[in-house]
Design a protein around this ligand. Sequence first.
Ligand code: SF4
Ligand code: SF4
Length: 658
Amino acid sequence: MLINISTIIFAAAIALFLWSCYRRFRLLLLGRPESRFNNIGKRIEGVLYYAFGQRCTVSHGYRFGWNHLVLFWSFMLLLIANIEFLLEGLFPDSISFSLLPPGMYHPLAFLIEIASALALLAVSIAVIRRLAFPPWYIEARSMDAFIILGLIALLMLAFFGLHAGEIAQGTEEAASFMPVSNFVASAFFSKVPAGSLNGYIDAFWWLHAIVLLGFLNYLPYSKHMHILTGIPNVYLRSLTKVNTQPREEFKKGNEFGVGRIDQFTWKNLTDSYSCTECGRCTDNCPATNTGKVLDPRLIILNMKVNLLVNGPGIIRNEETVIPLIGSGKEGSVAEQALWDCTTCGACMEVCPVFIEHVVEIVQMRRNLVEMKAKVPEELIALFENIEQRSNPWGIAPGDRAKWAADLDVKLFEPGKTEYLFYVGCFGSFDARSKKVSQAISKILNDSGISWGLLGKEELCCGDSMRRLGNEFVFDSMTQENIRLFNEKGIKKIITQCPHCYNTFKNDYRQYGMELEVVHHTDLINDMIKSGKLKLDDAKDFGNLVFHDSCYLGRYNGIYEAPRNVIASITGQAPIEMERHKDRSFCCGAGGGRMWMEEATGKLINIERVEEAMKKDPKTICVCCPYCMTMFEDGIKGIKADDKVQVLDLAEIVSAALK
Ligand code: SF4
Ligand code: SF4
């Protein structure tokens, strides 16, 4: 009778679990198509390294990440034991590890015993942490979190109870390989009469069964759904750095960007199911850290909520219940949160399951810009200026090369010149950045390489348009630039702005334009190494602090070149701020934020400047015109402009030239 009941209960619970999974996973198929199945070998390698190796979980100083690693691995081992338990419930007496030969069963029993003990320990630590030192975000102490931790703990206790009963009864053949169960047996069952042991064993078996089946059926509806999708999401990750957004197809009748949940791709939707709610993205987000509306973790979680609420209706061709984007609480994702993002990429860098926040944020911006014409006031003039005069201020294009009027600078000559020095809008028009353009020209002339400018023919690269979601204008600007580059036979470009660098290098590739793009930091580093630049003896810039630009470092992995250049000029490595290299804190200007007001919270540049000032600098070195502006403004903001200077790396090198 017991056997029949267990078979029926197990079969029903497993069927219900599969049905819940089907209902959840069919919603993912609502997403637009996207290809994520190439290069299987590299994907598997990534799963081994990042998911099974828990690489991101234990990095970046997250001490409790080690606890997650223990829980993850215990869980993996217990998966085998729990599958056996489910099969045993379905086919009583036919399937059991105890039917294996002792040489296999005993080590397996030992392994499962240790994994269970470790899981119990890790769960206890997680509960204590949530009660005593909770992460700052409210959901860390949610009922959902405690239910899952409680279920795991109960599962382990039932496991030890069951095996301790069998040991006391003398029916557990691997007893000597089960130290914890042995301890429980002698502590709790030594005085239990032999006739009552069967009752205890049955009770623990059923407790284990009910908790396991309950856990299984709770999973698809809980925050721990990432247990099912996290590893697949690592497998499906982008194999290259996520340093751009997908191209839009401008066909009549198309909807642009993402304004409804099913306009994301199925991979974006899988991201939303995979969030572990660890909060790392939010911990590192400059917008959240300075009190803005944006919380990248919530963007992802709210995408999931929207999918779960609207998805079933979308399948039935019904109207959606909650808009995806809305101001205040009208939609799942607050409009202001989307505009708060600096696209710095800090969130994507630390996410253990490779969620692509920026891609998703920019696609929602596109919908606001292209479908709803809902943009912050300040952007209207910017869009017009860039569209009409190809620069953010609407200055006459004829003024582009005025900064070079008194210098020995030539125009790019097709077939003769090797490198185009693409100056960019800031370098051409901004008074402070023009000095950097002049410093770069001096360095290029000294190096003896063949280079030239486009002068008044130069156009904006389109970075701000793309990150702000004005994809239509970006698309036409890109095609115009490509036409110009092809016409002039331009193949090699030197940039001074990391945003131009990233755009030419990564965005233009989507248009089939493969350019050899080099940022001046890399070029100068190479020229110093090869002896093309002759430098004076060690120069003194006082305490020199270096700031990593997001689009140079995190987006394109250029960390060492500027540090090497500084070391070869000053004789020592730059002083590092607490947040540097891949953990660097944004200056606040990326993602088009350069052109917008920061109305909420603390200014991001003030936060960063204050961090730099802790190192008592005489010089702050930057490699980006946006960073230059943000730092200079920030330093004025805290009234420290008499104590510290901001220099571009090129200015430091130019001052050191022989
Ligand atoms: S890109 Fe930067 S600003 Fe935007 S959500 Fe991620 S961490 Fe925050
Ligand atoms: S998006 Fe990634 S980093 Fe952010 S909470 Fe989710 S899993 Fe953690």
